[in-house]
Design a protein around this ligand. Structure first.
Ligand code: FMN
Length: 170
């Protein structure tokens, strides 16, 4: 599929069929999470794959935005490994994790599965549920599965600012 078409077609899927995502599909998604660019190639991303009943229940306790998905990825970064800009100590771990999640979302769409970037979660609850050590910062959850037959983009999907509002030519 043409890349621009892929980016236009992808939308946040919030309704799923009751079908599992296969092990080989999960591996393909994780491979693009592995090959994503990261600042200084530090690769601070750490990904939890929750596919068991117990794992899904953990997510449901941390967010309302679980959409009853058959499985979830939780993307964190390790703040002991992420790159910090020397000028101001800005930590790029969250940017790295967001790039990883973007690649995963596009891959998921290419595979005719669906997902949504979920930032609406209680970080303390998620930390407890996943037993995260202090150095792991959870950035987002990707519920993932086969889109329900009636799944469709919300209006927000196509409500985009004009290019002139988001660009400056100098
Ligand atoms: C950083 C980030 C956080 C988001 N958090 C949530 C969320 O917690 N719950 C949710 O339903 N959607 C969430 N979204 C999805 C956005 O609402 C969605 O991407 C946006 O409205 C554009 O729609 P589209 O993804 O269908 O193109 C998030 C998206 C991003 C990029």
């Amino acid at each position: 599929m043409n890349f621009t078409t892929l980016t236009l077609e992808r939308y946040s899927v919030r309704s799923f069929k009751n079908e599992p995502v296969t092990e080989s599909q999960i591996e393909e998604i994780l491979e693009v999470a592995r090959n994503a660019p990261t600042a200084c190639n530090r690769q601070p991303q750490r990904i939890f794959v929750l596919f068991s009943h117990e794992g899904r229940e953990k997510i449901k306790r941390a967010t309302e935005c679980h959409f009853n998905a058959p499985m979830f990825f939780v993307v964190c970064y390790d703040r002991n490994e992420s790159w910090k800009r020397a000028f101001d100590e800005q930590d790029y771990g969250m940017v790295d994790a967001a790039i990883v999640m973007t690649q995963m979302m596009l891959k998921i769409h290419e595979m005719k599965l669906g997902s949504t970037f979920v930032a609406w979660f209680d970080p303390e609850v998620l930390r407890q549920e996943l037993q995260l050590p202090e150095n792991l910062i959870p950035v987002g959850i990707l519920p993932c599965g086969v889109p329900a037959d009636n799944s469709a983009p919300l209006d927000m999907h196509s409500d985009k600012k004009h290019l002139s509002e988001i660009t400056t030519f100098i």
